[in-house]
Design a protein around this ligand. Sequence first.
Ligand code: SF4
Ligand code: SF4
Length: 79
Amino acid sequence: MPDAKNNVKPKIKITINKKWCKKCGICSAFCPKEVFTCDDFGTPTVKYPEKCIKCMLCVVRCPDFAIEVEEIKEKVKKK
Ligand code: SF4
Ligand code: SF4
């Protein structure tokens, strides 16, 4: 929802550090909004970032500190 006062829409950016990730699937299993998908090798991919509610469960549950969730504010273009 755009912030009417500042005309700024918050956007979530989810980053997985592939070097640190050991493909355990915990992030995918705990995410309540099914933001991640995993391939046959267990490698997680951020598939639906727009569904993220920023609960941070994936961040706190990841045993390798491989996930970062941040909020980016971007200007909404006037129509
Ligand atoms: S919880 Fe962390 S280590 Fe496990 S698959 Fe997800 S990002 Fe990789
Ligand atoms: S912050 Fe919560 S909703 Fe967002 S990707 Fe992580 S576990 Fe899923």
